[in-house]
Design a protein around this ligand. Structure first.
Ligand code: SAH
Length: 342
């Protein structure tokens, strides 16, 4: 299915739309994305905010700006937020995230759901944040092929494949709704690797998935393999097929229309919704800092007025025939069913 073209590709998308409509309906959930710091202790070869990139200007948003962005999400009826950052695990960072989770719960009368995306942390940290009110966690496996993983990361303890797998298992045991995902169109990545990724998600029994095209960043070691990359059109097409196949294989999970799709096609995320995704994460990071959270090139909407962008996005999504899940946390059906079984 991942190699389908022409009529076969068309049938694939018809099937994924049919399953999406039957299993999760036509609701789209919004999550306000707040990239609250790009300080990072890791050195992933693909990522623009890797520790060794001296050209990255580092920032950490003050609490008041993070909470303002959450209030904005709440007032715009988004129902939930995602706090994402580089990977730091010192006590000050852990305490701060903990304090923020509580403050977000308080400012919204527990109305906002909170998803975290702050990388690998200790079991104790995951537990503490969960007990303070975060209930979903996103940690991409990036690729489920261990030997490809090793080509994309330094060979040390901080970047170990088995630690990442273990972190995913701990998150699940802690009680989080678990999200993971991969990059699509990486140098050295084959279509078999991507098929393996889908099976990996199924095996891990995830609740949510965020995957998007790999997009090069000039100041990273992986940029030297630019000649191995598929065109952006092909990476987009492959990403859409991955979403469609995943919808067929895991009909009741939440699938995000990722931000990276938007950077290679102005309507990439809307196309993803049509292919089977049901979650969108508009970026609420204040624009000066949003520029600095630069994982890859071509990040969109860097100077726009956030309110206008959100209004337009909501209108556009409704015009495509979707219904917006206003004021809802938008947990996946899969997670609800899993909880009912326990
Ligand atoms: N520190 C957190 C958040 C990482 S940024 C963590 O480790 O989970 C979120 C995601 O951006 C990453 O998981 C990765 O899949 C994606 N990303 C990083 N660099 C990218 C690139 N060059 N192209 C596309 N996606 C990229």
């Amino acid at each position: 299915m991942l190699c389908a073209t022409g009529d076969d590709e068309k049938s694939l998308f018809e099937k994924s739309q049919e399953i999406r409509a039957r299993e999760v309906g036509d609701k789209v959930y919004f999550r306000g994305l707040i990239e609250f710091s790009n300080v990072c202790s890791k050195d992933c070869f693909y990522c623009g905010i890797r520790k060794s990139n001296r050209n990255a200007i580092r920032y950490t948003l003050p609490d008041v700006e993070i909470l303002d962005a959450c209030r904005f999400a709440y007032e715009n009826r988004m129902g939930s937020v995602v706090l994402q950052s580089g990977e730091i695990s010192n006590t000050a960072f852990v305490n701060r995230v903990d304090r923020l989770i509580r403050a977000i719960k308080q400012l919204s009368n527990n109305g906002l759901g909170i998803t975290l995306s702050c990388g690998e942390q200790s079991a104790g940290t995951y537990r503490r944040w969960f007990e303070s009110g975060a209930h979903r966690y996103l940690l991409r496996i990036e690729t489920s092929n261990e030997s490809l993983y090793k080509k994309l990361h330094p060979c040390d303890d901080l970047h170990s494949y088995s630690h990442r797998i273990e972190a995913l298992n701990i998150l699940k045991k802690t009680g989080y709704q678990l999200g993971t995902g991969v990059m699509i169109g990486l140098p050295f990545q084959t279509v078999e690797d991507l098929a393996g990724d889908i099976l990996f998600f199924k095996n891990l029994d995830i609740d949510m998935c965020g995957m998007g095209p790999y997009v090069e960043h000039g100041d990273t070691p992986l940029a030297q393999y630019g000649n191995l990359l598929k065109t952006k059109e092909k990476r987009l097409a492959l990403a859409l097929k991955m979403i469609a196949v995943l919808r067929i294989v895991m009909p009741d999970i939440n699938i995000a229309a990722s931000t990276a799709l938007h950077s290679i096609d102005p309507f990439g995320r809307e196309k993803a919704l049509t292919a089977g995704a049901n979650v969108i994460m508009p970026n609420l990071t204040p624009s000066d800092q949003k520029k600095k959270y630069c994982l890859y090139e071509g990040k969109p909407h860097l100077d726009d007025d956030i309110q206008a962008v959100i209004n337009e996005m909501m209108k556009k999504i409704e015009s495509l025939g979707f219904e917006i899940g206003y004021n809802q946390w938008g947990d996946s059906k899969h997670a609800k069913k899993r909880a009912a079984h326990h």
